[in-house]
Design a protein around this ligand. Structure first.
Ligand code: SF4
Ligand code: SF4
Length: 489
């Protein structure tokens, strides 16, 4: 039986939320069952072009579509769309189109292993991709970038070819996990419009799938493959915005509704398909890697990293970059979080009088770092997008010209993007936005956790947020290798 009073985000006194699906033009497009496929087809074709150009085109990254589109445009657009709307990149995911095509011929028979039904594998793969990015200089290698895309297609087809439901999205895909954590801060969420309608609903098609009338009960519209039961779904974690639930619900009771960004981090309801945030160590690890990985990834592109690498290589007598990078990764992703979050947790208990044990306390407050981490990813990826905004034009012109099609003219290599001096203030605003979001969430958690002395619980975590923000600001003002942006004159 559903708890009718339960709604993690909405308050009954609040005005009705904005519903994107109620905009006539949006509704007309997204209500069409094949809207997702229509968006996936061009992205699948573009992926093929990028793979071919990466493998067969120029080896200079600023002249290659694989590197330019992947590391300049795709990443920047992804975080901006998540910031202003939601996880629509998973909606348009071309890998899922390839998977769906394969599943027309091969039906997976296995269930994803019970021991792996968590995020630990995905966290490991997330770190592995960050590591490979630095080790193989992926931003400057069209060849490696193309193989990364190929590897992604192969992984999707193997995992979802063997295992049922959306095992790859939920338990494996590092990019998807990035999107899930980032979209905790998004202003939109796929959610039921009216809990009462769900209470009276007999079929629960949003999770079971809509079936054809008749003896065979053939599923004509699948329900949520990620095990998110709409009436008990809370927030964006694990939601790919695939809209299967929207199409499956016979009562038109699922929309894309507005909410206060990051509000889902302030409460800890039992979430369908997720459980309690406060019991999920794997999700906490994901948020920590997401946040400190943002600093690490930005650190990898500024000049001081070379000073640190040279010093480490000398100290370790290392002749290969891998062990040196390994030490940097251990510092950023293990030592630094352990020290900062450990001190904040201890202070919250000592000063604020929280009664939670240390580990659950650290887990609960660590979710508040997600907005700050997202702010840093936004600043970093936004930098590459804005400063290299127009680079796809000359790269496309040059690619077509090399194929003998010069109808686009050019290539106009002078087309780059917005000057750095205009982009840096935007980066500062994005970091500031993330900082403000993390402070708001921390404040709310402190009020819930230490009703008598919320400020004493708040200050240690606010200090951690401040330190991370200052480090982020320092990073964006460091001289930079102009990775994957147009460097030729
Ligand atoms: S099918 Fe629709 S009405 Fe029924 S439980 Fe799911 S979202 Fe609610
Ligand atoms: S079907 Fe599941 S993953 Fe897809 S939009 Fe609905 S809740 Fe999200």
């Amino acid at each position: 039986m559903l708890d009718e009073s339960y709604n993690p985000v909405l308050d009954v006194d609040e005005p009705a939320p904005f519903d994107l699906m109620r905009l006539p033009s949006v509704d007309a497009v997204l209500s069409w069952r094949h809207a997702r496929t229509l968006l996936q087809i061009p992205l699948l074709l573009l992926s093929v072009v990028m793979i071919l150009h990466g493998l067969l085109g120029p080896s200079l990254s600023p002249k290659n579509l694989a590197t330019t589109l992947t590391w300049v445009h795709f990443r920047g657009l992804l975080v901006l769309v998540i910031l202003i709307a939601g996880n629509f990149f998973c909606f348009a995911c071309p890998f899922m189109l390839a998977r769906n095509m394969m599943r027309r011929f091969f039906r997976p028979r296995l269930n994803w292993p019970r021991r792996l039904r968590n995020k630990w594998l995905a966290v490991g793969l997330f770190v592995a991709i960050l590591f490979a990015y630095e080790l193989f200089d992926l931003w400057s290698s069209p060849w490696w970038t193309a193989w990364l895309i190929v590897g992604y297609f192969v992984a999707v087809l193997v995992v979802d070819g063997l295992f049922k439901h959306a095992s790859f999205c939920k338990f494996v895909c590092p990019l998807g996990q990035f999107n899930f954590v980032a979209s905790l801060v998004s202003p939109l969420e796929v959610r039921v419009r009216d809990q009462q309608v769900c209470t009276n609903c007999a079929t629960k098609d949003c999770i079971r799938g809509r079936r054809e009338a008749g003896p065979d009960l053939v599923v004509i519209q699948r329900g949520c493959e990620l095990a998110l039961f709409q009436p008990l779904k809370a927030g964006n974690m694990d939601c790919t915005f695939c809209l299967d639930c929207v199409h499956a619900c016979p009562h038109d009771n699922v929309g894309i509704l507005s909410r206060l960004p990051a509000s889902e981090l302030m409460t800890d309801p039992m979430r369908s398909g997720i459980g309690l945030f406060s019991r999920r160590k794997d999700l906490t690890a994901l948020v920590i890697v997401f946040t400190f990985g943002a600093l690490l990834n930005a650190f990898g592109m500024v000049s001081p990293v070379y000073v640190v690498e040279r010093w480490l290589a000398r100290s370790m007598h290392a002749s290969h970059e891998a062990p040196v990078l390994g030490v940097i990764f251990v510092f950023f992703l293990i030592v630094e979080p352990l020290v900062l979050l450990g001190l904040a947790t201890w202070s919250t208990r000592a000063l604020g009088g929280s009664r939670r044990p240390l580990v659950p306390l650290a887990i609960r407050y660590s979710y508040a770092l997600a907005p700050l981490g997202f702010g840093m990813w936004l600043a970093h990826y936004g930098f590459h997008l804005f400063t290299g905004l127009l680079t796809f034009i000359p790269v496309t012109q040059s690619t077509l010209a090399n194929l003998g099609w010069s109808f686009l003219g050019g290539p106009y290599w002078s087309l780059t993007g917005i000057p750095v001096r205009f982009v840096q203030p935007i980066e500062l605003c994005l970091i500031g936005l993330g900082f403000a979001g993390s402070l708001l969430v921390t404040r709310r958690l402190a009020e819930d956790d230490c009703a008598e002395h919320p400020m004493r619980a708040f200050v240690p975590w606010a200090t951690v947020c401040l330190l991370i923000s200052l480090a982020s600001v320092w990073l964006i003002y460091q001289p930079m290798e102009m990775r994957a942006t147009l460097m030729m004159s």
